[in-house]
Design a binder for this molecule. Structure first.
Ligand code: PLP
Length: 378
């Protein structure tokens, strides 16, 4: 008996589609609709008073719901629009013009992170990518070896978006701290599908979004900053001021608490929409999600092996995130045909068809997905 299947009724799309794409867009929980209605009701009936009745604090209170999934202290996670914004805030905390100007970046990182890092070269940053030999894996020692006394920041994708390879964040953070460098972790592909504990691992910054495993929809990125890390982001705004309602001009005096890394007016509707997904993931519990995910990704690989389909995902459970990548000829066209058959997956060039069960997926859906791939390929 798979008790997690009881959650299926909360996700309307599961009635119609075989939904194997939660690494890209998690299914919408029914409660998100009510939450958005609550937003418009509050706006309509409370008007300007809504700010002091919860809206002002919302980036941190909603952040706490993410915080309890990633092992962060209360008040240390703030909501922003997306990962790209969060990475811009983090990298704006540093002076890149001195001798300590190295930015070590994991070669499996998400491209927009790299775009931001390369943009820092005009401020003096030396971007040092640690390339993956096979485009799929990247031994932790390779990143550890690239970190030295000239390193300012190390950027790591906890789970790689293309191959779902799991990186050892704790070991990298230990090495970075030995030489006085900071770590920013991209948790987008790990939060909500495998255990994360930023507090225990002592990560300095972590960021991610809600679109995928958290089933929270777009526009709700989050930024964790270790509570003792009090830097001064150049990318800032009035909400980060110690006295925002003083409207004081000149250089900013930063707030001492979690507001420090905020900027301007937050994306409230996105936070309302995202809350339900976070609450469900908190209730289901990530350990149970991970256990099921490991079982179903193993089943996917077993079925693919039987059919002679190449798998471009790590076999070892410890190194495997929530996605299995199937490498078949004409993967893009196969993906389009799967969509016509109501089996939703996606395709990434250089990898293949990405398939992901989540806590609401049945074993029958896993079997159906592979059977449809086989039928289309044949
Ligand atoms: C690992 C990872 N980082 C970042 C992103 C994109 O982040 P955003 O669109 O929030 O900037 C994605 C997903 O698309 C991703 O998989």
């Amino acid at each position: 008996m798979d008790e997690l299947l009881a959650w299926r009724k909360e996700f309307p799309i599961l009635e119609k589609a075989t939904y194997m794409i939660s690494h890209s867009l998690g299914a919408m929980p029914r409660g998100a609709e009510d939450a958005l209605r609550e937003y418009t009701n509050v706006w309509a009936t409370r008007g300007i008073r809504a700010w002091e009745e919860g809206w002002w604090e919302m980036p941190l209170r909603v952040g706490d719901l993410v915080g309890s999934i990633i092992g962060a202290a209360k008040g240390s996670v703030a909501m922003h629009q997306n990962v790209s914004v969060c990475q811009t805030i983090v990298t704006s905390c540093f002076d890149w013009s001195g001798r300590r100007n190295k930015l070590v970046t994991d070669g499996l990182n998400f491209p927009s992170n790299e775009y931001i890092y390369y943009g820092l070269r005009r401020q003096g940053a030396r971007v040092c990518p640690v390339e993956s030999a096979d485009g799929m894996t990247l031994p932790t020692e390779r990143i550890v070896d690239a970190i030295d006394e000239e390193t300012q920041l190390v950027s790591v994708s906890h789970v790689a978006f293309r191959s779902s390879y799991v990186q050892d964040l704790a070991a990298i953070t230990r090495r970075a701290h030995e030489v006085g460098a900071r770590v920013v972790a991209d948790l987008y592909q790990s939060t909500g599908i495998l255990p994360v504990n930023v507090g225990e691992w002592s990560v300095d910054f972590a960021t991610g979004g809600s679109v995928k495993w958290l089933c929270g929809g777009p526009g709700a990125g989050y930024l964790y900053v270790r509570p003792d890390v009090k830097l001064e982001p150049a990318a800032t705004g009035w909400m980060a001021h110690a006295r925002p309602f003083g409207f004081e001009g000149g250089p900013i005096e930063y707030a001492d608490d979690g507001f420090r890394y905020l900027n301007g007016t937050p994306n409230l509707p996105a936070m309302y929409a995202a809350r339900t997904g976070y609450e469900i993931v908190n209730q289901v519990c990530v350990d149970a999600i991970r256990e099921k995910s490991l079982r179903q990704t193993a089943l996917l690989m077993e079925l693919a092996d039987e059919a002679g389909i190449a798998v471009r995902t790590c076999r070892e459970a410890r190194l495997r995130g929530g996605v299995v990548t199937l490498d078949v000829p004409n993967g893009k066209e196969v993906t389009a045909e799967l969509g016509r058959r109501e089996v939703l997956v996606d395709y990434r060039p250089g990898a293949g068809i990405r398939v992901a069960p989540h806590f609401y997926t049945s074993d029958d859906e896993v079997r159906r997905t592979v059977a449809e791939v086989i039928s289309i390929v044949r």
